[in-house]
Design a protein around this ligand. Structure first.
Ligand code: F6R
Length: 580
C-alpha cells in the first residue's frame, strides 16, 4: 500500500509530485508529504488527503523531489508519521512503501548510537541508516543500506548536495518513467502517463540512480538493462466524466467492460485448451477477485467437468497443494502481496500458472507463465466493480474455449441485462438498508458468490455490517441474529435450488427479517414472501449473475450515498494491498 512518486528533470518538482500523489491516493490516503531541493531538502507533510490540502507544499521548490501518500502500517496516521522521513541532520529524505520487518532491531541499534527518531514508523530507520553509511557518495550509502533491510520496500531517496534521486525495489512495485530529459519513479504508471508512456518496470533487488539526462539500473552490484514498455493507458477513462463518483461511473462502464474482457479472453484458446485438459485447477485471489474466482468454480465444474478449487491467497501458503494443478492468480491490480506470494509458491512447485489482471506489466504478469488481461480500463474507485465484471467476463471467455462453444449469444445477452440492470429501481431496497446496522446477503449456487460480493460492496462503502451467506448455511448459527432490525438481500432465481431458496426466505420471514428479494418480476411466490422485490431481467445463468451483481452494486452505492459516506475512498482501505 502507500503510493510513492519521484521526479528529476526540468520542471518544478512539487506540482508533478502533487499531481502524482493525487492519482496514487487510491493506494492510501491517511497522510502525505513531499521533499524537494538540491542544496538543502525542504519537507512538507501532513495528516489527511493531499487532494484537500495540496497548498501545504507551496514552500517546496526545485526540479527534483520525492512524495508519498500513506496507508498506515506502523504508527498512527498523523503528521509525525507521514513520509518523507529524514535522518538526524536533515541531509537525507526518504519515502517508503512496504514493511521493514527488522525495523525494531535496527531502530534499537540506531538509538543506541544516538540517532533521534521523530516517528513511530518502520521506514524512518532507512534515513538514519543512510546517514550512518554516508561517506560522501549518495548512491554508495544507499547501496550499503539495502542489505540491512528485511521485508519489502520500494524506496525513493534524495540527499542535500547531490543531484540524484535514488530508487530501490524489493517485493514492492516500482516503475520508472522515461521522459524527455526527465525521469519519474512511481508505485505504478498512473501518475506518469500524463508525461510519458515509456515505462521501465523494475525487478526485485534493483537500485536505480537517476540524474538529469541519465538513468542507471544495477542489481547485485552489476549494471542491468530493463526492458522499456510502451503503456497503453486511456487518460480519459481515469476521469469522472460527469458522474458524481468514480464508483458510479465504473458501474456504468460494465456493459462495455464485459464485452471487451470476454473478447480478450476468447483470444486465449491455448489457455482454454490447457484448462479443459487439466487434472485440476486452483484459483487464488483476495477480496472481490476471490468472489469472481468462486463463480468460475461453479461454472467450470458444472459445464466443463473440470475440478476447481478456490483459495484465499493469504491462506494458500499454509495449505499443502498438489503440484499437478494449473494455478490461476486473479488480481485487478496485479500487485496484491498475498496473491503474488501465493503465485510464487505455485511457480516454485512447478505448477503451470496463469495471471488474470487488469494492469499491464503488473507484478503477477511477470511471475506467471501466461497472462490474460481484463479490459476494464483504469479502475479508480477503491471498491472494485467493473474489474469484477471484467474478471467474470474473462472466466466466461475461458469457459467458451473450454467448452468449444460459440458464446456470442451469451455475450449479447449479458451486455443487454447489464444495461437494463443499470436502470432498475433500487430505491426501496436502499431505504431499508440505510436504516440497518446489519444486513445479510443470501444466495444459493452461483448466487452464493454474488451474495458474498454484494455484502462486501455494502460493508466497504456504507460501513454497515453486511454478511454474505450460502442460504442453506444461515440456519447454522446466523439465525440467532435475525430480527426486524436485520434486513436480508436474497437472490431467488428460477433454476437450481429455487424451491429451497423460497423455503429459506419463508424461514427468515418467520423471524421478522425484512426481505429484499431479487428475482424475476413475474415471480408471485417471491412477491408473497419478500417485502421489497427487485426484478431481474431474464437471461441465461451468466446474464443472471451479471444482472444481480449490478443490482447489488447499485444498492450498496446508493445506500452509501444516502449515508453521506466517502464512496470512492472508504476509510481505512486502499486499492492496491501490497503488504501481506
Ligand atoms: C473490494 C476490493 C478488494 C480487492 C482485493 C484484491 O472492493 O477492491 O477486496 O478485490 O484487495 O485486490 P486485487 O484484485 O487488486 O488483487
Amino acid at each position: 500500500m502507500c503510493g510513492i512518486v519521484g521526479y528529476i528533470g526540468w520542471r518544478e518538482a512539487a506540482p508533478v509530485l502533487v499531481g502524482g500523489l493525487k492519482s496514487l491516493e487510491y493506494r492510501g490516503y491517511d497522510s502525505f508529504g513531499v521533499a524537494t531541493g538540491t542544496d538543502s531538502i525542504m519537507v512538507a507533510k501532513r495528516k489527511g488527503r493531499i487532494s484537500e490540502q495540496a497548498d501545504c507544499v507551496s514552500g517546496c521548490h526545485g526540479t527534483r523531489g520525492i512524495g508519498h501518500t500513506r496507508w498506515a502500517t506502523h504508527g498512527l496516521p498523523d503528521d509525525r508519521n507521514a513520509h518523507p522521513h529524514t535522518d538526524c541532520t536533515g541531509q537525507f529524505a526518504i519515502v517508503h512503501n512496504g514493511i521493514i520487518e527488522n525495523y525494531a532491531e535496527l531502530r534499537r541499534g540506531l538509538e543506541g548510537r544516538c540517532h533521534r527518531f521523530t516517528s513511530d514508523t518502520d521506514s524512518e530507520v532507512i534515513a538514519h541508516l543512510i546517514e550512518e553509511a554516508w561517506e560522501g557518495d549518495f548512491a554508495a550509502a544507499v547501496r550499503a543500506v539495502l542489505p540491512l533491510l528485511e521485508g519489502s520496500y520500494a524506496i525513493l531517496a534524495v540527499c542535500a548536495g547531490s543531484d540524484e534521486v535514488i530508487a530501490a525495489r524489493e517485493r514492492s512495485p516500482l516503475v520508472i518513467g522515461l521522459g524527455d530529459d526527465e525521469f519519474f519513479a512511481c508505485s505504478d504508471s498512473t501518475p506518469i502517463v500524463e508525461y510519458t508512456r515509456n515505462i521501465m518496470v523494475l525487478e526485485d533487488g534493483d537500485l536505480v540512480v537517476m540524474r538529469r539526462g541519465a538513468v542507471a539500473v544495477e542489481n547485485g552490484g552489476e549494471t542491468v538493462v530493463r526492458e522499456t514498455t510502451y503503456i497503453d493507458y486511456d487518460i480519459e477513462a481515469s476521469r469522472k466524466g460527469g458522474f458524481e463518483h468514480f464508483m458510479l461511473k465504473e458501474i456504468f462502464e460494465q456493459p462495455d467492460v464485459f464485452q471487451q474482457s470476454f473478447r480478450l479472453a476468447c483470444t486465449h484458446q491455448g489457455i482454454s485448451m490447457l484448462l479443459s485438459r487439466a487434472r485440476g485447477v486452483s484459483v487464488i485471489a483476495c477480496g472481490t477477485s476471490y468472489n469472481a474466482a468462486l463463480l468460475f468454480r461453479y461454472f467450470a465444474e458444472k459445464e466443463c467437468g473440470v475440478p476447481v478449487r478456490v483459495d484465499l491467497a493469504s491462506e494458500y501458503r499454509y495449505l499443502s497443494t498438489p503440484d499437478d494443478e494449473i494455478v490461476i492468480a486473479v488480481s485487478q491490480s496485479g500487485e496484491t502481496a498475498d496473491t503474488l506470494s501465493a503465485l510464487k509458491k505455485a511457480v516454485a512447485s512447478s505448477c503451470p500458472t496463469i495471471a488474470i489482471t487488469n494492469v499491464q506489466g503488473s507484478s503477477i504478469t511477470r511471475a506467471a507463465d501466461h497472462t490474460i488481461y481484463t479490459g476494464a480500463g483504469p479502475e479508480i474507485s477503491v471498491a472494485a466493480t467493473k474489474s469484477y465484471m471484467g474478471q467474470f467476463a474473462a472466466f466466461v471467455g475461458l469457459l467458451a474455449g473450454m467448452n468449444c462453444s460459440d458464446m456470442s449469444a451469451v455475450e449479447r445477452s449479458v451486455r443487454q441485462v447489464i444495461e437494463e440492470s443499470l436502470l432498475t429501481d433500487v430505491s426501496e431496497a436502499v431505504s431499508l438498508c440505510a436504516k440497518a446496522s446489519t444486513i445479510f446477503y443470501v444466495g444459493r449456487g452461483i448466487f452464493y458468490p454474488v451474495a458474498l460480493e454484494g455484502a462486501l460492496k455494502m460493508k466497504e462503502i456504507s460501513y454497515i455490517h453486511a454478511e454474505g451467506y450460502a442460504a442453506g448455511e444461515i440456519k447454522h448459527g446466523p439465525f440467532a441474529l435475525l430480527s426486524e432490525e436485520t434486513p436480508a438481500v436474497a437472490v431467488c432465481m428460477p433454476g437450481d435450488g429455487y424451491q429451497s431458496m423460497l423455503g429459506n426466505l419463508r424461514e427468515m420471514k418467520a423471524r421478522g427479517t425484512p426481505l429484499i428479494g431479487i428475482g424475476y418480476g413475474d415471480d408471485i411466490d417471491l412477491q408473497d414472501v419478500a417485502d421489497v422485490c427487485i426484478p431481474v431481467p431474464k437471461g441465461d445463468a451468466y446474464a443472471q449473475v451479471a444482472a444481480v451483481t449490478v443490482i447489488m452494486q447499485r444498492i450498496a452505492y446508493y445506500t452509501a450515498l444516502a449515508l453521506g459516506q466517502d464512496i470512492d475512498k472508504p476509510r481505512n482501505l486502499a486499492k492496491s494491498v501490497t503488504v501481506e
